[in-house]
Design a protein around this ligand. Structure first.
Ligand code: NAP
Ligand code: GLV
Length: 308
């Protein structure tokens, strides 16, 4: 019985070391090494290998090393093999830091001040209290909820939107398509933490921007294809969006010369909002394996019909 890790090989070596210490009876191979392929039961991967079951006929679980699974072709993984996504706490901690950074930067007009500095301009913008800044978070899953809770502690007025109804103390929770317009109209800074699915591709588009409070800020830490790029450029041009923080783009990286690289109102980071931490990821994998062996529900099980 063995684990196959297929993602960043440097972190793979850490997984190997950690698993050797925490579960000495469970060897871990880092792709393309796989030992005896018939012994591989658990695949921890960013993307599964082609012809997965031909290569690893005894595979029992596929675990995404990331929180998202949009990079998987779920139809290529036989239905009897559960797909699990990473729920280790380091991902949420990193995302909370990133979203806090981006929201504070937009709240405190950092893009405008960076532009001023480059133009040798010294010009103060009137401060707005955090309580009067309404933050709207799209997606109230493990990441969206953690970000909402932290933003509320900073004094912001925080709301979130999800598919199914939620109750989070101190956060106004909205659910479903009918609640979207009201949620958007009461949002000054919109944070996207939706999974990428057929329903959410292109979700950040002109029609949605038009429903936000005028001059709203945007943070996209979900996936690049959530955003319709031309629509963001037009909304920045018209002033409907004042500035955007983008951690994800489509493609990654953007080609040289793409207008986002030098746009004065766009701050971009290279998909680093959060990163899976090997120490806690390995604990999560062991928890999934233990649940599987005991016949308990698997934490992080992906619902293939929803795509997340
Ligand atoms: P999650 O726990 O599955 O939460 C997803 C949330 O989105 C849920 O609240 C879900 O509603 C909501 N949702 C999904 N589809 C919806 C729809 N059509 N309409 C309304 N709400 C919808 O996911 P997560 O772990 O928080 O992660 C979210 C995403 O963040 C990942 O999929 C990944 O793309 C991205 N991510 C980015 C980075 C980065 O470094 N930039 C790192 C990690 C993750 P319900 O609660 O009702 O199901
Ligand atoms: C990273 O983007 C992840 O999905 O964890």
């Amino acid at each position: 019985m063995a684990v196959l890790y297929k993602a960043d090989p440097v972190r793979g070596a850490e997984w190997q070391r950690l698993l050797a210490a925490k579960a000495p009876d469970l060897p871990c191979f880092v792709w393309p090494e796989a030992g005896d392929p018939r012994a591989i039961r658990y695949l921890a991967v960013w993307t599964p290998p082609d012809r997965m079951l031909e290569r690893f006929p005894n595979a029992e679980i596929v675990i995404s090393v990331g929180a998202g699974v949009d990079q998987f072709d779920l139809s290529a993984i036989p239905a009897h093999i559960p797909v699990v996504r990473m729920l280790e706490p380091g991902i949420a901690e990193g995302m909370v830091e990133y979203v806090t950074l981006a929201v504070l930067a937009l709240h405190r007009d950092l893009p405008a001040y960076l532009e001023d500095q480059r133009a040798e301009r010294w010009s103060a913008i009137r401060l707005r209290p955090a309580a009067s800044r309404r933050i709207g978070v799209l997606g109230l899953g493990q990441l969206g909820e953690a970000c909402c809770r932290r933003l509320a502690t900073l004094g912001f007025t925080v709301a979130g939107w999800s598919r199914s109804p939620k109750a989070i103390p101190g956060i106004t929770c909205h659910a479903g398509a009918a609640a979207l317009p009201g949620f958007l109209a009461a949002t000054d800074i919109l944070v996207c933490l939706l999974p990428l699915t057929a329903e959410t591709k292109g979700f950040l588009h002109a029609g949605l921007f038009a429903q936000l409070a005028p001059g709203a800020g945007l943070v996209n830490a979900g996936r690049g294809p959530h955003l319709v790029q031309e629509d963001l450029l037009a909304a920045l041009e018209s002033g409907q969006i004042s500035a955007a923080f983008l951690d994800v783009t489509d493609p990654e990286p953007l080609p040289s010369g793409h207008p986002f690289w030098h746009h004065p109102r766009i701050l971009m980071t290279p998909h680093i909002a959060s990163q899976t931490r090997p120490e806690t990821a390995v604990d999560f994998v062991l928890e999934v394996i233990a649940a599987h062996k005991a016949g308990r529900p698997l934490p992080g099980l992906v619902d293939r019909s929803r795509g997340y």
